[in-house]
Design a protein around this ligand. Structure first.
Ligand SMILES: *Cc1c(COP(=O)(O)O)cnc(C)c1O
Length: 355
């Protein structure tokens, strides 16, 4: 158990009124805790949301010592607030920490930090259908020295942001640019399987290029051979080819998404064949050409399921399922968002009530 010292805000902020968007507004409080070598984690505290003083020599600023998580708290129609698979986020943060030589955090402490903060700011969980309270836990290495060495001081924080519904008029299939030049991150042995800020910094350029051309996201290929499909934007990707769902295997360069894992479990329980394997861009193009690609979609916490209506590669466009959402994508979306919002009974012990 953490001994969390709570300092409440004196004057609570006004809640946002118009469209929430994503990550634009923050709640009244934040969680913070320090790590020092020889002491461990200490000074767990919740304080009013605001700027943090930092040394200009901090290792987070110079060497990208940063990892994060992304999860959501949902309001059920009974007025309960619940999280979706928070222990999975806790475990993944530790896997990222291990790779970046940041200190690991007991999973119970991670969950306690998140639930205590969400509970304190629970009146910030938005009520409109499809909205939620986005939870952003993150950790930085904060050594005040320009020498590159292991981490002696680190900070773990959690901030909260009420976010709008990803989809305003139903699930809209998006257009995807297949990226042949930039790669997400280095290949096997790199940081692709971690949620670290540096991966995002490296992926910005291709994302910007796709956007300028009028596409939503890029489809990333592997860094070594530029042949195998890895992810789509900052989501995992799934294809339904000839009745079978295919998704890239977790070979080290791919982020092990919790939505991905949940989709695989649901599909398997329902007897839909799922194959986690390597899939080449040529196999995808062939399936697009001969019509065996029935559906394609991205998976991730923000959108849950993002159906793909079109792929563009080397200037050629390929439409998927007439640009419409497919049956499996829609079903996975309904099932997962149903469990998250409490509309569908949680038979797998995936939700955790915040109280
Ligand atoms: C967070 C993330 C995902 C999706 O993971 P979820 O746990 O499903 O939200 C996929 N790819 C990348 C690169 C990510 O950072």
């Amino acid at each position: 158990m953490l001994d969390i010292k709570i300092t409440k805000i004196e004057t609570p902020k006004a809640k946002p009124t118009g469209a929430l968007g994503f990550g634009k507004y923050f709640t009244d409080h934040m969680f913070m805790m320090d790590f020092d070598e020889g002491i461990g984690w200490h000074d767990a505290r919740i304080i009013p949301y605001g700027p943090i003083p930092m040394s200009p020599a901090s290792s987070a600023l110079h060497y990208g010592a940063e990892i994060f998580e992304g999860m959501k708290a949902y309001l059920t129609k009974e007025g309960k607030v619940q999280l979706f698979r928070p222990y999975e986020n806790a475990k993944r943060l530790n896997s990222s920490a291990e790779r970046l030589c940041l200190p690991e955090l007991p999973v119970e402490d991670f969950v306690e930090a998140v639930t205590t903060l969400v509970n304190l700011d629970r009146d910030w969980v938005p009520t409109e259908p499809g909205t939620s309270l986005y939870v952003r836990p993150f950790m930085i290495g904060d050594d005040h020295s320009l020498g590159v060495h292991g981490v002696h001081h680190a900070i773990f924080m959690v901030i909260l942001s009420p976010v709008g519904s990803y989809y305003k008029e139903g699930l809209n299939p998006v257009s995807i640019l297949i990226e042949r030049d930039d790669v997400r991150v280095a290949g096997k042995g790199g940081t692709g399987y971690t949620k670290c800020g540096g991966n995002y910094a490296a992926s910005t350029r291709a994302g910007k290029k796709a956007e300028l051309k009028g596409y939503s996201q890029v489809l990333w290929l592997d860094a070594v051979e530029r042949k195998y499909i890895e992810e789509v934007g900052s989501m995992n990707v799934m294809f339904k080819i000839n009745g079978e769902v295919v998704t890239p295997a977790l070979v080290g360069s791919i982020l092990p998404g919790i939505t991905r894992k949940s989709c695989i479990q649901i599909l398997q329980e329902e007897g839909i064949p799922v194959s986690e394997r390597r899939i080449t861009v040529d196999e995808l193009l062939k399936a697009l050409e001969d019509g065996t690609l029935e559906e394609a979609w991205g998976t991730g916490t923000a959108a849950v399921i993002s159906p793909i209506g079109k792929f563009v590669v080397d200037g050629k466009e390929f439409v998927v399922n007439n640009g419409e959402i497919g049956k499996v994508s829609q079903h996975l979306y309904d099932e997962i968002t149903g469990i998250q919002s409490g509309k569908i009974k949680d038979t797998r012990d995936w939700t955790l009530e915040v109280k």
